[in-house]
Design a protein around this ligand. Structure first.
Ligand code: SF4
Length: 313
């Protein structure tokens, strides 16, 4: 059966049932094509908050589905492949956060949405790569401090520190996204030579030396909007984030030229969700294997820093 036929079956199954499909920009393009809504972490958190269907299928990684569950405790949240996890989130545990807090009393704890629900429950506020700088500024002024605890991405912490002037103690020092952190200076120099008039866009999860060679640093949503709002005809955009976003933009803006800075920019964890699994979940909406349910005692505590973030951004 072709991908097109599977997509048609999915759309039919979706119509017959009370389901909302949310998909991250890093999902395989054939999943993006059948989603009700597409976006980065912040946009999708907002949409999950407003969901009015009985079921939400979250095509993304585990922490995204958990966030949807925290925001929708009365709904069934499903993930097409329960093994689709974010290795960056594994860098920070709830116990580690408690330890950092104990060693740094009175400092606010800011955690990236790329964390487990248990970690969020121990934090003061969440952030995404789109709002991290503003969130850190707001929370530090609320706590009347020039230092915050920030985790788990050390590169994003470094970026926020550069942009805000507020010290971000990294929880832990070595947390990183294996997709973005593998972009090198060499990759940047090569792409600049290949497309001298092009614009280079990278994600803040890249290392500082790579960010400094880019023309624009931003979240997936910010990169998308930057390209969308550019009126230059036939421009080259060199993309320094996961390949899925580039595929989305290539479909949405066919008159612009896109180049992936490196073929390494592929998140194998995001790609564990497949179009076949999407169909299977829609055929088995009540199979507990696919359900992501954050226990209510953790969800209640994790909701506070998420809502705080949504309020601030
Ligand atoms: S791209 Fe990086 S941060 Fe995003 S899910 Fe993959 S490993 Fe995690």
């Amino acid at each position: 059966m072709s991908v097109k036929q599977i997509q048609e079956e999915i759309l039919k199954l979706k119509k017959e049932q009370d389901v909302l499909i949310l998909a991250h920009y890093y999902q395989p393009i054939e999943i993006q094509e059948i989603a009700d809504h597409l976006g980065g972490s912040l946009g999708l958190s907002r949409l999950a908050n407003k969901a009015d269907t009985d079921y939400i299928i979250f095509a993304g990684v585990d922490f995204m589905a958990e966030t949807a569950s925290i925001l929708n405790q009365n709904k069934k949240v499903l993930i097409p492949n329960p093994e689709s996890c974010c290795p960056m989130a594994a860098y920070l545990t709830a116990d580690k956060v408690k330890e950092f807090r104990l060693n740094n009393p009175n400092l606010p704890v800011v955690v990236y949405v790329n964390t487990t629900a248990a970690v969020k429950a121990e934090s003061d506020i969440c952030c995404t790569s789109a709002n991290a700088v503003d969130i850190v500024k707001r929370i530090s002024s609320e706590f009347k401090t020039k230092t915050v605890l920030f985790g788990p991405d050390a590169n994003l912490a470094d970026y926020v520190e550069q942009k805000s002037g507020i010290k971000c103690i990294k929880m832990p020092e070595e947390g990183n996204c294996y997709v973005h952190s593998q972009l090198t200076i060499d990759d940047m120099e090569k792409i600049r030579i290949a497309y001298p008039n092009g614009e280079i866009l990278v994600h803040p999860e890249c290392i500082r030396e790579v960010r400094e060679l880019a023309d624009f640093v931003g979240s997936t949503g910010q990169m998308y909007n930057r390209v969308k709002n550019d009126t230059t005809v036939e421009k080259d955009f060199c993309i320094g984030t996961e390949k899925g976003l580039m595929e989305r933009m290539a479909q949405d803006f066919p008159k612009k030229n896109f180049h992936l800075i490196s073929e390494k920019l592929l998140c194998y964890n995001m790609k564990k969700n497949t179009i076949e699994l999407m169909r299977y979940v829609l055929e088995h909406l009540d199979d507990p294997m696919f359900e992501v349910k954050v226990p209510s005692e953790i969800a209640e505590r994790a909701l506070i820093p998420i809502e705080r973030m949504l309020e601030f951004s």
